[in-house]
Design a binder for this molecule. Sequence first.
Ligand code: F3S
Length: 81
Amino acid sequence: AKFTMVDRETCIACGACGEVAPDIFNYDEEGISFSVLDDNQGITPILGELEDDLMDAHDGCPTESIKVSEKAFACAKVNVS
Ligand code: F3S
């Protein structure tokens, strides 16, 4: 499975991700993107049918802010801290 979250520090609110993957990404009031699947925690597996959209968003983000991992991001964070 794949997991995703947006690096909201580097997102420039370009709006491409929500165009190609509207079931995964939405924007806050400032246009900064987040994953709607789990409030940008990166812990919800992406359904197979959405993986193409996810990779399109990942490939299309001009600031590489769409993070994709084979592991849940929360687990990665726990390992780091
Ligand atoms: Fe931000 Fe990249 Fe989406 S800049 S709005 S995360 S395409």
